[in-house]
Write a protein that binds this ligand. Structure first.
Ligand SMILES: *Cc1c(COP(=O)(O)O)cnc(C)c1O
Length: 398
């Protein structure tokens, strides 16, 4: 029987190397837990960067995928499909302002589509994004992404993008003009460090966009679908953006992205955009099951309640290493006074998978079905990890 080390060597030998990996080989998942080849168990607070909203291999999602795989897997959007029709209606019903939806296969694709639609509809070139924002790694999405380390090797990027400080209304006011097609923002900046957006700021952004004829794109790829305690994080602040990007957990782990479109985008002309796999019946069936479980099990409400508990529990942790604990719902960051990555390793050794968000923030994105007891255990293990001297490790984040 092959052990962890063998699989790690095989994967290291043949994959391209762009990921900084944790030294564990996951072979199975159920609910909030995953297991490695040696039978070690982990509480998963990384969930593929927030993908497993319902936990791993939720029975309703598994059944939907199995059933749909036996019926039909692929069907392009140049033909109609029953599951897709149903899903499109379900997605549009997530927000009162949403009228239509574009379906694709990942977060970056959802952002690319939103950027293209903004230019198409406004006939303007400019995109305003935020410092510390993250929107994906393809050329357009990367142009909206802030971190210089991600951008620099690939310049020149798409022209027309500017970045302003997050939560600063004055900077935005100065940046949005008659050439601005759209402003793109997260309600809580995820990869950038778990920075929570200020409600008054976000409402001001929307007002400015309306006044100056620019569209507002809210990237809810990480915050969406219950993560922050509301089905869409926009609901916390009464936002009615022109487009909302979704992906990550939307289809229970099957790759899928979507862009909700409001009335200022409306119905688009044929052939301006598209995707071979977009709206495929397999992903649509998985997404329908996921949305059903989110709604029936009231998981956004659960995330609000458990998130409040987890935040206050983490704020009780007395460690000189902690600078700040912040978050919204079950999207939680612990900012340290030093590099976070060694503590990721210490958590792993204690059976907890977590993430970083930039160099000094530990990030927890547990499944929304996690129990209070499991969150208590995660908090206790973090306390332990922070009190022992960290293992040294190269690199600053994941
Ligand atoms: C993960 C993420 C993306 C990119 O999604 P991919 O599916 O990895 O392309 C974009 N925006 C936000 C806010 C994200 O968290």
């Amino acid at each position: 029987m092959r052990m962890n080390g063998d699989w790690i060597a095989l994967e290291e030998r043949h994959t391209c190397g762009v990921y900084r990996k944790q030294p564990v080989v996951i072979v199975r998942g159920e609910g909030v837990r995953v297991w490695d080849t040696e039978g070690r168990e982990y509480v998963d607070c990384a969930t593929g960067h927030g993908v497993a909203l319902l936990g791993h291999s939720h029975p309703r999602v598994v059944a939907a995928i199995q059933e749909q795989a036996g019926r039909i897997i692929t069907c392009p959007e140049t033909l109609y499909n029953d599951r897709r029709a149903e899903l499109a209606a379900a997605l549009v019903s997530l927000a009162p302002w949403a009228e239509r939806v574009f379906l694709c296969n990942s977060g970056a694709e959802a952002v690319e589509a939103a950027l293209k639609f903004a230019r198409l509809v406004t006939r303007r070139p400019g995109i305003v994004a935020a410092r510390n924002g993250f929107h994906g790694r393809t050329m357009g999405a990367l142009s909206a992404t802030w971190r210089p380390e991600y951008r620099r090797p690939f310049e020149p990027l798409v022209p027309g993008f500017t970045h302003v400080p997050y939560n600063s209304p004055d900077a935005l006011e100065a940046a949005v003009g008659s050439e601005t097609a759209a402003v793109i923002l997260e309600v809580v900046q995820g990869e950038g460090g778990v920075y929570v957006g200020d409600g008054a700021y976000l409402r001001r952004v929307q007002e400015l966009c309306r006044a100056r004829g620019a569209l507002l794109i809210v990237d809810e790829i990480q915050t969406g679908l219950g993560r922050t305690g509301r089905m869409l994080a926009c609901e916390h602040h009464g936002l009615e953006p022109d487009m909302v990007c979704l992906a990550k957990g939307i289809a229970g782990g099957v790759p899928m992205g979507a862009v909700l479109l409001g009335p200022r985008v409306g119905k688009l002309p044929p052939a301006v955009h598209g995707s071979t796999f977009g709206g495929n019946p397999l992903a649509c069936a998985a997404a329908l099951a996921t949305l059903g479980v989110l709604r029936e099990e009231k998981l956004p409400e659960r995330a609000a309640e458990l998130g409040a508990f987890f935040l206050s529990r983490l704020r009780e942790v007395r460690s000189p290493l902690i600078r700040e604990v912040r978050g919204l719902g079950l999207m939680v960051g612990v900012e340290l006074r030093q590099k976070a990555r060694p503590y990721l390793r210490a958590l792993l050794q204690r059976g907890v998978l977590a993430l970083t968000a930039g160099p000094i923030v530990l990030r927890f994105l547990p499944p929304l079905v996690i129990s209070r007891e499991d969150l208590e255990e995660v908090a206790r293990k973090l306390e332990e990890a922070l009190t022992e001297s960290p293992l040294s490790e190269d690199g600053d984040d994941g």
